[in-house]
Design a protein around this ligand. Structure first.
Ligand code: HEC
Length: 505
């Protein structure tokens, strides 16, 4: 009953905001702004609880991937395999490392921030004619104040499709790299470092490791100390939705300027709008719904590709796992009442895109159906198509153990690792290689994040389908190669010795 009331009230309030913002656009008047902002807050407060379902973590045998007691963050990625106990299950070592990297980047920094918003990270700008720039995430604490610009945060997935929550909140994306990645890129592009793969802690010249050379470059050129250099090269892509103050305790949050759209009455059954045009921007409180955490490690220049999601996002498809007695069990699809991205209708057509982001920045319906929400399901629940009970059980076990160690009020209890992918080029997996070779791929084979690769191949894709070599860095000026940022990002100083990017990618 309450839910029904909430839905109606929420729909009404949202409709009100959008109806009024249209009026507001026609007759711009400053005096209306506070009222509109108040309405936005009321609507979000009512709509902010559309999700009352959470991804369950079933009980599993306790000998699957026992995590180490070492809680030093960041972990030392120069020692990935050498620090794993002898005869340890390698998959467990890789999965545990990925979870620790997520916990590191989302650890508190300063009063109300996180490591991924600290001076150790840079934001990447949207592509402009194939070129992207770096900006510091935290200007107040950085030596590089000249690099401070606000990077736009935009809707639009890698394939250009646009995702909204069931109550029509847009999903925005942010891409970032850490300081090791940024100085490595600067060294390579200026011809100071001759390296053809991401740093792994290997010895390069004169007994110096790749990391030593990166640390020296930052120190000598900018008087910057790479305090967490042992994390090696890190890249992040994250997905965000606007949240109400009352929802803040459920999310990792940040304040950010978002683009606004001329979107009359979204989500209303009477809405016929097939395109939303950008009409300005405003500051908003955003909540993290998904995060890719990708990092290089000892012997693994192809990097470990991990992804994390909020537990309220989407229902899982059926999957297999081992129950505590060791017997295989099927976890039935947990389609429940209200998910952030699914309305609980088991008969829905899942993961079908309805709109895309066009070159002029408009959000346009793919067909004649008005812009609005789709029903999303996680088709490969733990980065696999459901039948790999062993790997599923390992990932569930790692999630449960780490979540169990967090304090009760730690918001990271609301985030789960979906899976991690890497490659093994040698039998003992002491080295990785180009993930373009499907035989080398290890770990999660169908890894996708329902907030970032939602529609591509109906949500049944995998990172390495789009992120692979033969270039083990990234193709110059193109959205291709292993990292889709490396080729397009401009160095922190100096210039790209391979020439400026001029063509659109
Ligand atoms: C459909 C192709 C596709 C798939 C599948 C895909 N990505 Fe990407 N990814 C891209 C593109 C293209 C970009 C560049 C930015 C953009 O246009 O969104 C990107 C950017 C990124 C970035 C920013 C740094 C970089 O390397 O460019 C990260 C990190 C990332 N993806 C991680 C992942 C992970 C982890 C997965 C699997 C869970 C994944 N991606 C699956 C296409 C893809």
């Amino acid at each position: 009953m309450y839910n029904k009331f909430r839905k109606i009230a929420c729909g009404g309030a949202l409709a009100e905001i959008f109806a009024r913002s249209v009026v507001d656009n026609r007759k711009p008047g400053r005096s209306k702004r506070p009222f509109l902002q108040l309405l936005a807050i009321v609507a979000l407060a009512l709509c902010g609880h559309v999700a009352d379902a959470r991804t369950p973590l079933p009980d599993v045998p306790d000998n699957f991937c026992k995590i180490s007691q070492d809680d030093v963050l960041p972990p030392d990625n120069r020692a990935l395999l050498s620090s794993a106990p002898p005869h340890a299950d390698l998959a467990c070592a890789f999965l545990e490392r990925a979870e620790k990297m997520f916990l590191w980047v989302t650890s508190p920094y300063g009063g109300d921030s996180y490591v991924f918003r600290s001076p150790a990270f840079f934001d990447a700008s949207p592509a402009d004619s194939g070129r992207r720039d770096l900006a510091i995430a935290d200007a107040t604490n950085s030596n590089l104040k000249n690099l401070h610009v606000t990077i736009a945060i935009e809707p639009g997935e890698a394939d250009g499709k646009v995702l909204v929550t069931r109550d029509c909140r847009l999903v925005y994306y942010l891409m970032q790299v850490n300081d090791v990645y940024a100085y490595f890129l600067t060294g390579v592009k200026n011809g100071i470092m001759q390296d053809t793969e991401f740093p792994t802690g290997k010895t390069l010249v004169n007994g110096k490791t790749d990391l030593d050379m990166i640390v020296d470059l930052a120190r000598e050129h900018d008087k910057v100390e790479l305090e967490d250099g042992k994390a090696l090269a890190v890249e992040l892509k994250s997905a965000w939705v606007e949240v109400a103050e009352s929802e803040k305790m459920n999310f990792i949050t940040m304040k950010r300027t978002i683009p606004t759209y001329d979107n009359p009455v979204p989500c209303s059954s009477t809405s016929t709008s097939t395109s939303w045009y950008p009409n300005g921007s405003r500051e908003a409180l955003l909540g993290l719904v998904g995060m890719h955490v990708v990092f290089s490690a000892e012997g693994h220049p192809e990097m470990l590709w991990a992804t994390f999601e909020h537990i309220d996002n989407t229902p899982n498809q059926d999957y297999r796992y081992f129950e505590p007695s060791g017997h295989p069990q099927t976890q039935k699809s947990d389609i429940a009442d209200h998910w952030m991205f699914s309305d609980g209708n088991p008969g829905a057509t899942f993961n079908e895109a309805r709109m895309h982001f066009d070159k002029s920045g408009n959000i346009v319906a793919d067909g004649n159906t008005p812009v609005g929400p789709s029903n999303i399901r996680r088709n490969a629940p733990w980065g696999a198509l459901g039948v790999e009970a062993d790997l599923n059980t390992k990932i569930i076990s790692i999630n449960s153990q780490f979540i169990g160690r967090l304090a009760d009020n730690d918001v990271r209890k609301n985030y789960i690792m979906i899976g991690t992918s890497w490659t093994c080029a040698t039998g003992d997996c002491s080295g990785g290689g180009d993930p373009g070779d499907v035989h080398k791929r290890q770990g999660s084979e169908q890894l996708a994040n329902t907030t970032m690769e939602t529609f591509y191949n109906k949500g049944a894709s995998t990172c390495f389908e789009c992120h692979h070599g033969p270039n083990m860095l990234g193709d110059h000026c193109k959205k291709a190669g292993l990292s889709h940022l490396f080729g397009a990002l401009q160095p922190l100083f100096g210039r790209d010795s391979r020439g400026e990017c001029t063509q659109a990618n």
